[in-house]
Design a protein around this ligand. Structure first.
Ligand code: MN
Ligand code: MN
Length: 282
């Protein structure tokens, strides 16, 4: 990886880490989800990066892909909140997430287990390692404490302007595997739940323009967001009903309706291990 690209990743990573850490303590009972999303997205821009996707704020059994549309929804006492944010510079993306509980401490073990699974997976990750062995580390850590990993959701490699660039890191010892190599960039993101760990989909709140999208609206959105995900609130005045063929990111919900925790860091693989770019203070 050349020094310029490495520099972009480090900067995007530090911005994402700072914004994540600053946003988490603002999540309190009665605060609107949109206030937090706007803080995250606005601060990423103020710090000189761009949001790589709309701030995801997914609560309780919703594992991922919810982003607020307006100020209606507020945090409630006892909510288990996954804050998942992405920042990019010149398309080099840092993707990170953390889980907190609003005003109660009923799910500390679930949340800490997920964090431990991520830490162990990071320590295991280096040039030459198999993705399904990283998955095994995650699965074993989560199952040891009596929870289940969400098998339907995975980590993923990142490339310029590509959030999911084709290689996945499973959250269990899957049959399919891939050998990871030096300089590959991965988001590792275990999810842990009290449920069986399967996913059903909800509604789409996040969209992306892909090649099959044609027309003036698609061209306009493509010019603004490229092929990265966006929320309708990022394009006020645009009639998205007129947009055909966009990729829809459906809400991802634990099938048993059980609470889910998520932890995520972005890493750059090297020969000795990996460099965690979304850990603050590098
Ligand atoms: Mn993420
Ligand atoms: Mn991710």
């Amino acid at each position: 990886m050349n020094d310029n690209i490495h520099g972009y990743y480090l900067e995007a990573g530090q911005i994402a880490a700072k914004v994540r850490n600053d946003a988490l303590p603002k999540i309190k009972e009665g605060i609107s989800l949109l206030d937090i999303a706007q803080f995250v997205e606005g601060t990423i821009k103020d710090m000189g990066a761009e949001p790589a996707f709309p701030c995801n704020i997914s609560i309780n059994e919703i594992a991922s892909h919810y982003t607020p549309q307006d100020h209606q929804a507020c945090f409630r006492k006892g909510d288990v909140v996954k804050l998942d944010i992405g920042a990019h510079i010149e398309g080099y993306i840092a993707d990170t997430a953390a889980t907190i509980e609003v005003g109660t401490q009923n799910h500390n073990l679930l949340i800490h287990t997920c964090e431990d699974a991520l830490e162990k997976a990071i320590r295991y990750t280096k040039d030459g390692v198999e993705t399904n062995q990283i998955g095994k580390v995650i699965e074993d850590t989560i199952k040891e404490r009596g929870f289940n990993p969400i098998k339907d959701l995975t980590g993923h490699n990142l490339e310029q302007y590509q959030l999911h660039a084709g290689i996945t890191i499973p959250n269990y010892k899957s049959f399919f595997s891939h050998t990871i190599k030096k300089d590959m960039v991965f988001a590792i993101e275990p999810f842990a739940t009290y449920g069986r760990g399967n996913i059903k989909t909800g509604k789409p709140f996040i969209f992306a323009i892909i090649n099959r999208c044609k027309g003036i609206i698609a061209d306009d959105l493509k010019g603004r967001f490229g092929s990265l995900p966006f929320a309708p609130r990022w394009a006020p005045g645009t009639d998205l009903d007129e947009l055909k063929g966009a990729r829809e990111y459906y809400e991802l919900i634990e099938k048993d309706g059980e609470i889910v925790a998520q932890s995520e860091h972005t890493v750059i693989v090297n020969e000795e291990g990996c460099e965690v770019i979304t850990r603050l203070g590098k």
